[in-house]
Write a protein of this length. Structure first.
Length: 144
C-alpha cells in the first residue's frame, strides 16, 4: 500500500463513487422508467463498481462485525486474520497481498504503520474497504 498509489486509487475511487451516486440518484428519482432502463443502469453500476479497486459499494463482509477494522490474508475479504476495534497500535504478522475492511463508526479512519511505527497509510472514513490490498510493509494497525 504505497502512499502515492493509494492517493491515486482514492481519487479514482472518489470519481467512480461520485458517478455511481449520481446514477443512483437519477435512478431513484425516475422510478417511472421501464425495466429495460433499470437493467441498463444496474449493468452500468456493476461495471463501474468492478473497475474500482477501492471502496466496496455493497455491505460489509459477514466476517467483519460493525465497529471493527478487519484484515484478511486473501483478496476479496477471504481468510480473516484479525479484527481490531481498540484505539492503539496493534501488531500484525508480516504478509503480502490480502484485503481489508473498515467497518467502524461512520467516518472513523484506521491507520497503518511500518515496522518502525511510521505512518504509511490512513484509510478513508468507514465504511470502506480494499478487496485487493497489500500488507507488504505494514506491521501495525491503529483501528481509530
Amino acid at each position: 500500500m504505497k502512499h502515492v498509489t493509494s492517493r491515486t486509487r482514492l481519487r479514482r475511487t472518489a470519481l467512480v463513487t461520485g458517478a455511481l451516486l449520481a446514477m443512483a440518484t437519477a435512478a431513484g428519482t425516475a422510478q417511472a422508467t421501464t425495466s429495460t432502463t433499470n437493467t441498463t443502469t444496474q449493468s452500468a453500476t456493476s461495471a463501474a463498481a468492478k473497475q474500482s479497486s477501492g471502496a466496496r459499494i455493497t455491505a460489509a463482509p459477514a466476517s467483519c462485525p460493525k465497529y471493527y477494522f478487519c484484515g484478511y490474508a486473501g483478496a476479496n475479504y477471504t481468510n480473516l486474520v484479525f479484527k481490531f476495534k481498540d484505539c492503539y497500535l496493534q501488531g500484525i504478522a508480516a504478509r503480502t497481498g490480502g484485503s481489508w475492511y473498515n467497518n467502524q463508526s461512520n467516518g472513523t479512519k484506521a491507520r497503518m504503520y511500518n515496522a518502525n511505527k511510521q505512518l504509511v497509510y490512513t484509510t478513508p472514513g468507514a465504511p470502506y474497504g480494499d478487496p485487493h490490498g497489500n500488507w507488504a510493509g505494514i506491521r501495525y494497525i491503529d483501528a481509530c
